[in-house]
Design a protein around this ligand. Structure first.
Ligand code: B1M
Length: 210
């Protein structure tokens, strides 16, 4: 198999051009798209996070690595997305209020689309009322929230409360995920499902809707 260490290095060093060309070459050589994400890009991002914590990397480096990962994901996303089938459900997906991290959320969206769900991507920094509006106006039957910061985790609870106050909590299932989230936290805040990975989000969506 082609040596894919350059993809890892490109994400780690924020080299978007190399991340893109290595991904193109790997896909052309028949490497599984998810393998590229799980075995090379995500470990590189984990190392970026470690360096940030160790004060070896700062916000500019985080941004460059995020840009490199996004460049590669742009090529992968269409391959994860199913086409031509009736959606099995409609998901309002977003990163919660106060949180700007969207790489994991975008992967979750691509996997859900690949799993046959219609995804309404609300973006990042999504306030509770925007999730409520998506349920009311767009008739989403799943609300999927991502959070990457311990400080923004409580926004998930606030959103669930907003769904309750708006009288729509019973008509939706709530899925949560993101690095600091756990099954226990999901249960604590009254979410219906949790997944630690983007691939697992599809199984979690199926489970809560079954
Ligand atoms: Co930020 N950041 N960041 N950052 N950043 C983290 C999260 C951090 C852990 C880094 C660290 O210290 N080690 C830390 C959080 C600490 C904490 O809260 N405990 C942190 C911090 C502190 C910050 C700032 C506060 C830094 C600052 O300004 N001083 C700031 C906050 C800004 C804000 O949001 N308000 C900040 C900013 C940024 C950038 C904007 C520079 C950039 C994000 C760019 C972007 O997303 N467009 C960034 C990045 C890149 C990171 C790290 C390095 C990488 C995140 C990532 O994309 N991972 C991150 C460290 C790390 O994660 N190791 C870090 C790859 C991605 C595929 O994984 O998002 O975990 P992840 O998603 C996974 C799963 O979690 C899961 O599926 C995905 C794939 O399997 N998942 C779900 C996610 N959502 C899900 C939803 C589901 C199910 C599964 O169901 C609905």
């Amino acid at each position: 198999m082609q040596d894919l260490k350059p993809l890892y290095d490109a994400v780690l060093t924020g080299d978007a051009k190399t991340a893109k060309t290595t991904t193109e070459q790997a896909l052309a050589a028949g490497v599984e798209p998810l393998q590229l994400v799980q075995e090379f890009m995500m470990p590189a991002m984990a190392e970026v996070g470690r360096r940030f914590e160790a004060n070896e990397y700062f916000v500019p480096e985080l941004l460059l690595s995020a840009r490199a990962m996004k460049a590669a994901l742009e090529l992968i996303r269409p391959l994860l997305v199913a086409s031509g089938t009736e959606p099995v459900g409609r998901v309002a997906l977003g990163t919660v209020k106060g949180d700007l991290h969207d790489i994991g959320k975008n992967l979750v969206g691509a996997m859900l689309e690949g799993g046959g769900y219609e995804v309404i991507d609300l973006g990042v920094n999504v306030p509770p009322e925007q999730f409520v509006a998506a349920v009311k106006e767009k008739k989403a039957n799943i609300v999927a929230m991502s959070a990457l910061l311990t400080t923004t985790m409580p926004a998930m609870k606030t959103t669930i409360e907003a769904l309750q106050q708006a009288g729509v909590r019973q008509q939706v299932k709530v899925l949560v995920g993101g690095a600091p989230i756990s099954q226990r936290y999901a249960e604590e805040i009254g979410a219906d499902g949790y997944s630690e990975s983007a691939a697992g989000a599809v199984a979690a969506a199926r489970k809560v809707c079954a």
